[in-house]
Write a protein that binds this ligand. Structure first.
Ligand code: NI
Length: 191
Protein backbone atom coordinates (compact mmCIF):
# COMPACT_ATOMS: atom_id res chain seq x y z
CA UNK A 1 0.00 0.00 0.00
CA UNK A 2 1.07 3.53 -0.57
CA UNK A 3 -0.08 6.97 0.39
CA UNK A 4 -1.23 9.02 -2.55
CA UNK A 5 -1.06 12.75 -2.98
CA UNK A 6 -4.35 14.57 -2.45
CA UNK A 7 -4.82 17.20 -5.14
CA UNK A 8 -6.28 20.66 -4.62
CA UNK A 9 -7.77 23.29 -6.96
CA UNK A 10 -7.03 24.28 -9.65
CA UNK A 11 -6.09 20.68 -10.49
CA UNK A 12 -8.44 19.87 -13.42
CA UNK A 13 -9.17 16.32 -12.22
CA UNK A 14 -11.30 17.78 -9.42
CA UNK A 15 -13.59 19.19 -12.12
CA UNK A 16 -13.69 16.05 -14.22
CA UNK A 17 -16.56 13.58 -14.34
CA UNK A 18 -15.09 10.27 -13.21
CA UNK A 19 -15.41 7.31 -15.59
CA UNK A 20 -17.37 4.20 -14.63
CA UNK A 21 -15.23 1.28 -13.50
CA UNK A 22 -15.56 -1.96 -15.46
CA UNK A 23 -12.35 -3.75 -14.49
CA UNK A 24 -12.32 -5.07 -10.93
CA UNK A 25 -8.80 -6.45 -11.21
CA UNK A 26 -5.61 -5.83 -9.23
CA UNK A 27 -5.22 -2.24 -10.37
CA UNK A 28 -8.56 -1.29 -8.81
CA UNK A 29 -7.75 -3.26 -5.67
CA UNK A 30 -4.47 -1.37 -5.17
CA UNK A 31 -6.16 1.95 -5.87
CA UNK A 32 -8.77 1.24 -3.18
CA UNK A 33 -6.15 0.09 -0.64
CA UNK A 34 -4.06 3.18 -1.34
CA UNK A 35 -7.10 5.43 -1.01
CA UNK A 36 -7.94 3.91 2.37
CA UNK A 37 -4.36 4.42 3.55
CA UNK A 38 -4.39 7.99 2.26
CA UNK A 39 -7.72 8.72 3.98
CA UNK A 40 -6.43 7.35 7.26
CA UNK A 41 -3.19 9.32 7.05
CA UNK A 42 -5.15 12.51 6.40
CA UNK A 43 -7.62 11.69 9.19
CA UNK A 44 -10.44 12.00 6.71
CA UNK A 45 -13.84 10.35 6.76
CA UNK A 46 -14.15 9.96 3.01
CA UNK A 47 -12.16 10.18 -0.19
CA UNK A 48 -13.08 10.07 -3.88
CA UNK A 49 -10.64 8.87 -6.54
CA UNK A 50 -10.63 12.28 -8.24
CA UNK A 51 -8.94 13.61 -5.13
CA UNK A 52 -5.93 11.40 -5.76
CA UNK A 53 -5.92 12.37 -9.45
CA UNK A 54 -7.65 9.22 -10.72
CA UNK A 55 -10.91 10.09 -12.52
CA UNK A 56 -12.59 6.75 -11.81
CA UNK A 57 -15.88 6.20 -9.95
CA UNK A 58 -14.44 4.98 -6.68
CA UNK A 59 -15.11 6.29 -3.17
CA UNK A 60 -14.00 5.20 0.27
CA UNK A 61 -15.88 6.23 3.40
CA UNK A 62 -15.18 5.24 6.98
CA UNK A 63 -17.30 6.19 9.94
CA UNK A 64 -15.24 7.14 12.95
CA UNK A 65 -15.85 5.30 16.20
CA UNK A 66 -16.75 7.76 18.96
CA UNK A 67 -14.14 7.84 21.71
CA UNK A 68 -15.28 6.42 24.99
CA UNK A 69 -13.24 8.51 27.43
CA UNK A 70 -16.31 10.39 28.62
CA UNK A 71 -17.67 8.99 31.88
CA UNK A 72 -21.15 8.40 30.50
CA UNK A 73 -20.10 7.36 27.01
CA UNK A 74 -21.02 3.77 27.67
CA UNK A 75 -24.67 4.65 28.07
CA UNK A 76 -25.05 6.03 24.55
CA UNK A 77 -25.40 3.52 21.77
CA UNK A 78 -22.80 3.97 19.03
CA UNK A 79 -24.21 5.67 15.91
CA UNK A 80 -25.21 3.34 13.07
CA UNK A 81 -22.29 2.12 10.97
CA UNK A 82 -19.66 3.25 13.50
CA UNK A 83 -16.26 2.01 12.42
CA UNK A 84 -17.69 0.60 9.20
CA UNK A 85 -15.70 1.06 6.00
CA UNK A 86 -17.35 1.42 2.61
CA UNK A 87 -15.18 0.89 -0.47
CA UNK A 88 -17.64 1.52 -3.26
CA UNK A 89 -17.43 1.63 -7.00
CA UNK A 90 -19.81 3.30 -9.47
CA UNK A 91 -22.01 4.75 -6.71
CA UNK A 92 -25.12 6.76 -7.50
CA UNK A 93 -28.06 8.20 -5.59
CA UNK A 94 -31.05 6.06 -6.51
CA UNK A 95 -33.44 8.00 -4.28
CA UNK A 96 -33.42 10.97 -1.95
CA UNK A 97 -35.77 12.55 0.55
CA UNK A 98 -37.40 15.84 -0.26
CA UNK A 99 -36.18 17.25 3.01
CA UNK A 100 -32.75 18.76 3.26
CA UNK A 101 -30.66 19.66 6.23
CA UNK A 102 -27.80 22.09 6.68
CA UNK A 103 -24.54 20.87 8.20
CA UNK A 104 -20.82 21.54 8.38
CA UNK A 105 -18.45 20.07 5.79
CA UNK A 106 -14.79 20.18 5.13
CA UNK A 107 -12.78 18.61 2.33
CA UNK A 108 -9.21 17.36 2.11
CA UNK A 109 -9.04 18.93 -1.37
CA UNK A 110 -10.18 22.36 -0.18
CA UNK A 111 -7.61 23.32 2.44
CA UNK A 112 -8.13 26.00 5.03
CA UNK A 113 -11.93 26.30 5.01
CA UNK A 114 -15.11 24.66 6.23
CA UNK A 115 -18.68 25.56 5.38
CA UNK A 116 -22.38 24.94 5.86
CA UNK A 117 -24.03 22.96 3.09
CA UNK A 118 -27.60 21.87 2.43
CA UNK A 119 -27.91 18.13 1.75
CA UNK A 120 -30.72 15.63 1.43
CA UNK A 121 -31.58 14.26 4.82
CA UNK A 122 -31.97 10.70 3.64
CA UNK A 123 -30.69 8.91 0.54
CA UNK A 124 -30.38 5.52 -1.07
CA UNK A 125 -27.14 4.66 -2.80
CA UNK A 126 -26.66 1.93 -5.37
CA UNK A 127 -23.12 0.88 -6.11
CA UNK A 128 -20.82 -2.08 -6.52
CA UNK A 129 -18.46 -3.31 -3.88
CA UNK A 130 -14.75 -3.62 -4.65
CA UNK A 131 -15.31 -7.03 -6.24
CA UNK A 132 -18.18 -5.92 -8.46
CA UNK A 133 -21.17 -7.22 -6.47
CA UNK A 134 -24.16 -4.93 -6.39
CA UNK A 135 -24.85 -3.13 -3.14
CA UNK A 136 -27.69 -0.88 -2.14
CA UNK A 137 -28.10 0.95 1.16
CA UNK A 138 -30.11 3.66 2.78
CA UNK A 139 -28.34 6.37 4.74
CA UNK A 140 -29.51 9.26 6.82
CA UNK A 141 -27.94 12.03 8.84
CA UNK A 142 -24.25 12.61 8.70
CA UNK A 143 -23.39 9.51 6.70
CA UNK A 144 -25.91 10.55 4.03
CA UNK A 145 -24.06 13.86 3.91
CA UNK A 146 -20.66 12.18 3.51
CA UNK A 147 -21.91 10.01 0.63
CA UNK A 148 -23.45 13.01 -1.15
CA UNK A 149 -20.15 14.88 -0.75
CA UNK A 150 -18.11 11.98 -2.19
CA UNK A 151 -20.50 11.30 -5.08
CA UNK A 152 -20.33 15.03 -5.90
CA UNK A 153 -16.55 14.65 -6.27
CA UNK A 154 -17.11 11.98 -8.93
CA UNK A 155 -19.18 14.52 -10.84
CA UNK A 156 -16.55 17.22 -10.57
CA UNK A 157 -18.45 19.13 -7.90
CA UNK A 158 -16.94 20.52 -4.68
CA UNK A 159 -19.03 21.31 -1.61
CA UNK A 160 -18.08 24.99 -1.83
CA UNK A 161 -19.95 25.11 -5.18
CA UNK A 162 -23.14 24.48 -3.23
CA UNK A 163 -22.70 27.43 -0.87
CA UNK A 164 -23.96 30.73 -2.23
CA UNK A 165 -23.68 32.74 0.98
CA UNK A 166 -20.04 33.73 1.67
CA UNK A 167 -20.86 33.94 5.38
CA UNK A 168 -21.38 30.20 5.36
CA UNK A 169 -17.73 29.52 4.53
CA UNK A 170 -15.09 30.20 7.16
CA UNK A 171 -11.40 29.67 7.62
CA UNK A 172 -9.98 26.82 9.66
CA UNK A 173 -6.41 25.84 10.37
CA UNK A 174 -4.88 23.83 7.56
CA UNK A 175 -5.37 20.14 8.30
CA UNK A 176 -8.46 20.82 10.41
CA UNK A 177 -11.03 21.00 7.59
CA UNK A 178 -12.60 17.69 8.44
CA UNK A 179 -12.21 18.17 12.17
CA UNK A 180 -14.63 21.08 11.84
CA UNK A 181 -17.07 18.62 10.31
CA UNK A 182 -16.60 15.75 12.77
CA UNK A 183 -16.74 18.09 15.75
CA UNK A 184 -19.97 19.55 14.45
CA UNK A 185 -21.61 16.14 14.60
CA UNK A 186 -20.16 15.29 17.99
CA UNK A 187 -17.15 13.19 17.05
CA UNK A 188 -13.79 13.88 18.62
CA UNK A 189 -11.36 16.13 16.80
CA UNK A 190 -9.10 14.34 14.40
CA UNK A 191 -11.29 11.36 13.80
NI1 NI B 1 -14.12 16.22 -0.34
Amino acid sequence: MAQLQIVTPPHPVLRQKARPVTDFGPELQSLIDDMVETMHAAQGVGLAANQVAVPAQVIVVEMPVPQSDEPDAGSEPAPPHSGERFTWVNPRLSWHSRSTVEGVEGCLSVPGVAGEVDRFEEIRVEAQDRHGSKVRMRFEGWLARVFQHEIDHLNGVLYIDRIDDPEKIWQVKPGEEEQAETEAVGYPAGS
